[in-house]
Each structure stands twice: as C-alpha cells, then as structure tokens.
Design a protein around this ligand. Structure first.
Ligand SMILES: [Zn+2]
Length: 309
C-alpha cells in the first residue's frame, strides 16, 4: 500500500499554555513512533498552506481574516475559552488545512492509496464562522469540498472516531446531502451535541453516542453495525477520517477505553469498506489525542494499518 504521511515543523509554533492538553509536542510524539523499520516505505512529505480559494469553500473570507488579525505578536490570546491563539497559530492552521487538500490531491490522483495528515491545531469543532474546542479551520470539511470542487468527486463520507462529537463538521454539512458525516463519540461530553436524533436534512448525519467506559469491543461493534453499513450504502467517492485518538483509555479528556491495537482494527474495517465503494481512497486527518505516549502509539497503529500491515 502506498501511504502518504504529511506533517510540518511549523505546527510546533502554535503555542499553548503549559497545562493545556493540545500541546506542541503532540506531532513529534507521532513522528517518533513512525521512525522504525516498519514505516520505512511510508511516503513522507511536508504540508503546504491552504489557498484562499480552498479555505473559502468552507470559511467566509471575513472569518479567516478575523483569525489572522486576532493572533498576538507575543504571548497567548484566548479567542473562545481554551481555544487559544499564539503568533504561529494562523500559519499552522493554514498548513493543517492545506495538508488536508494536498492529501486529497494525491489520493484522488491515484499517486498514493491513502494518506494521514499529522497536523495541529485540530479541526472538527470549527464551524464556518466559529472557532472552538482548540479548532480554528475545519480541515475535514475543507478536504471534502476540495475533493468535490477540484477533483470531481460527488459524494464524500466523513467518519469521525474522536472521543468528542465533531459539531463543526456536522453544522457545516447538516443541510448538504452530498456529504455523509458519521460520528462515534462519548455521550454527554464536550461539546454536548451528537445525539442520535441529529440526523441532518436528508439522513446524511449519523451520530452514535457511546456511554462512558465503552471499550474497543463496543466501539468496533458500533462501527461494524451502524457506521460501516451506512457508509457503504452512501457510496462515497472518497472517505475522509477525522482521526482523533482521545478515546484511548489513558487519555485525560475522555472516558472511553480503547487500546492502541483497537485503532488498527478500526482502521482496517474502514479500509475494507473503502475498498468496496471508493477504490480504497482514504484521507485521514488527525484531530484529538492528549496523552502524548498513547497518541504516538495509537497513531502509529492507525498508520501501520493504512500501510496494509
Ligand atoms: Zn477530541
């Protein structure tokens, strides 16, 4: 399998207060776990900045400019609770969104089979005009729109297995039947949305809230019984993953109980459906994951599975 791995050193320049979970060393923790011989065939490249055209398919120009001018020259500034800007935030967020588009370019052109973007800040809580939950720009939404506008894809499925509900992605596509959004997440956790009754304008939203304490067996069963059949029935041209690793049992922000091996099983189950319905095309985008060691191990299990191991 030809798997693309995208990252960028500038992600480190998006700073956070000392006790903030979304820390600059998250990306390095993943890269360290991808150094071994098992990953020698990974195709590694640097993220590129998102273009104005690409980002404005999701976020109005005025909102993008608002984020740019809010970033302080020195120190940190809260834009919404614990969603915090530093001087390097805007550039990092534009690289994270651009990496999502670059991954779409390579996968849709058949240059690689699938791709994983290890980027920060994350994206799935960002709505078209609202930063929240450590997120500024919604990379999964930008990727979906890019596949449609630049590569002729008609239908995009987004599967989100972060422990939190991706309220931003759901908001953006709630009334768009060309995009199917499915989320497995812990019920009654931040941001408080993601009830099973939230189904979108055309049944294009699927929420599977899980009780605290659910382990890999529960999550994998929900994936197999609810999410995968719905993705297959939607017949997407591309599968985008909002790959958060904060459902790991060691994560400080969630109370689900996955182990790193569960992420490999989860990934293979998604690949099997992608093989059947969209030529195996998967673009996977890092969202959460806040125990540094568990994040590295879980992301490595995910990437290893994407590589066909
Ligand atoms: Zn999360």
């Amino acid at each position: 399998m030809r798997t693309l791995f995208l990252s960028h050193p500038r992600y480190r320049d998006h700073l956070a207060p000392e006790n903030h979970p979304e820390q600059p060393d998250r990306i390095a923790a993943i890269e360290r776990r991808l150094e071994g011989e098992a990953f020698q065939h990974l195709i590694r490249d640097l993220a590129r900045a998102v273009t104005d055209t690409e980002i404005q398919r999701v976020h109005p120009a005025g909102y993008v400019e608002h984020i740019r001018i809010q970033a302080p020259n020195d120190g940190l500034m809260s834009i919404n609770g614990d969603t915090i800007l530093s001087n390097g935030t805007y550039e990092a967020a534009r690289l994270a969104a651009g990496a999502a588009c670059l991954a779409v370019d390579e996968v849709m052109a058949g240059l690689v089979d699938n791709a994983f973007s290890a980027a920060r800040p994350p994206g799935h809580h960002a709505s078209a005009r609202q930063a929240m939950g450590f997120c500024f720009f919604n990379h999964a939404a930008i990727a979906a729109r890019h596949a449609q506008a630049a590569h002729g894809a008609e239908r995009i499925a987004i599967v989100d297995f972060d422990v939190h509900h991706g309220n931003g992605t759901q908001n953006i596509f709630y009334s768009d039947e060309t995009v199917f959004y499915a989320s497995l997440h812990q019920a009654h956790l931040f941001p408080g949305t993601g009830e099973a009754s939230e189904t979108g304008i055309a049944g294009n939203i699927l929420n599977v809230p899980l009780g605290a304490g659910a382990d890999g067996a529960v999550v994998l069963a929900a994936m197999s019984e609810a999410v995968l059949p719905a993705v297959a029935a939607f017949r997407p041209d591309l599968l985008v993953l909002s790959a958060g690793f904060d459902a790991h049992y060691r994560d400080p922000l969630g109370d689900l109980n996955l182990v790193e091996a569960d992420y490999a099983t989860l990934t293979r189950s998604l690949m099997e459906v992608a093989d059947r319905v969209c030529g195996g095309r998967i673009v996977s985008l890092l969202e959460g994951g806040y125990d540094i060691d568990a994040l590295g191990l879980s992301a490595a299990a995910h990437v290893s599975a994407l590589m066909g191991h």
